[in-house]
Design a protein around this ligand. Structure first.
Ligand code: PHE
Length: 332
């Protein structure tokens, strides 16, 4: 019996097999147990002899089982450790870093320039009262911009702001001159989407109010901005324009370089491109915002951030800025 058991135990190669063998030989119905049970039928003088042999065999089998079990457990452990081994000297997987959207980069750069000139940042709501977007900006009831076709109204008193200019009014209501703020943000107009239009786009307002502010200050500040942003050799040109909330009003063009000054989709064919509207704050606007137009004067400007981003990088389709196609975004 012991020899059978020994042969079987030594050829076992899993913990489960060892357990099966333990049951086979030592279990309640096991072979050795049967022998011990049968002791009753032996002659009394044979019992101690057989009993001793049976116990010895039992001990040996038990010992062998335990020994083999430990050996197998050790082997399995080694196998597991080998399969879980991590080679810490292997090079890591390359990690892909994200970066700022080109428009955020441009906005950061613009902010830096104006903060350097002593401006601070003001914010206003995108869902705005009609009053701040139009009335307080001296925009008459019959002005075309107020048309339902061009403006998203929420109610007749509330709309999605069509420009960042309402922040001018909110800033003047809350602060006394000297005022020097810029205010970037989203604006909304009811436009069809195409290469140069989107119902949501981005503007940045600028406002300076103090004693003795003139059109010369306006031109000086915007000139510095254009040169710092587009490069020192950039020229600017101011053309007369009309806005209800500034008088006089102007549009500023910069010399176009996105396509080497030659005609292209981004710059057109004149060598100049318009980047902002500006003017001296209308006395009516100052007065309605609680500032005395006899004592103070100011200038304001509003520029399109999307437009300036397109110009800076020579992007010819506005939609690329909003679609977040990584193949496009990763180029910046
Ligand atoms: N709000 C004007 C626009 O959206 C731009 C502007 C701002 C003009 C400030 C003059 C002064 O076109």
């Amino acid at each position: 019996l012991y020899e059978d058991a020994q042969k079987e135990i030594l050829s076992a190669d899993s913990l489960q097999q060892i357990e099966n063998l333990r049951v086979k030989y030592l279990g309640k119905k096991g072979e050795l147990t049967q022998i011990l049970r049968g002791m009753g039928s032996l002659k009394p003088e044979e019992r101690p002899v057989i009993g001793q042999i049976a116990n010895e065999v039992r001990e040996k089998i038990e010992g062998l089982l335990t020994e083999t079990k430990n050996k197998i457990a050790q082997l399995e452990k080694e196998k597991r450790i080998k399969s879980e081994y991590i080679d810490i000297t292997m090079p890591g997987k390359p990690y892909e870093y994200g970066h700022k959207h080109p428009m955020t980069q441009v906005l950061d750069e613009i902010k830096k320039i104006f903060l350097g000139l002593g401006f601070s940042i003001a914010e206003g709501p995108e869902i705005e009262f009609t009053y701040y977007n139009f009335e307080a900006l001296n925009t008459p009831e019959d002005h075309p911009a107020r048309d339902l076709q061009d403006t998203f109204y929420v109610t007749s008193d509330i709309l999605l702001r069509t420009q960042t200019s309402p922040v001018q009014v909110r800033t003047m209501e809350k602060n006394k001159p000297p005022i020097r703020v810029i205010s970037p943000g989203r604006v909304y107009r009811s436009d069809e989407i195409d290469a140069t239009h989107s119902p949501v786009f981005h503007q940045m307002e600028g406002l300076v109010v103090d004693e003795g502010i003139t059109m010369g200050d306006l031109k000086g500040v915007l000139n510095i901005f254009a040169k710092k942003f587009f490069g020192e050799d950039t020229n600017t040109k101011f053309r007369p324009h009309y806005f209800p909330f500034t008088e006089p009003s102007a549009e500023m063009d910069v010399s176009c370089f996105a396509c080497g000054g030659k005609g292209c989709r981004v710059c057109g064919y004149t060598g100049w491109i318009e980047i902002l509207g500006a003017g001296m704050v209308h006395p009516n606007v100052l007065r309605m915002s609680g500032i005395d137009p006899e004592k103070y004067s100011g200038f304001a400007f509003g520029l399109g951030i999307d437009r300036i981003t397109m110009l800076k990088y020579g992007i010819d389709d506005l939609r690329l800025l909003f679609e977040n196609d990584l193949r496009f975004i990763q180029q910046f």
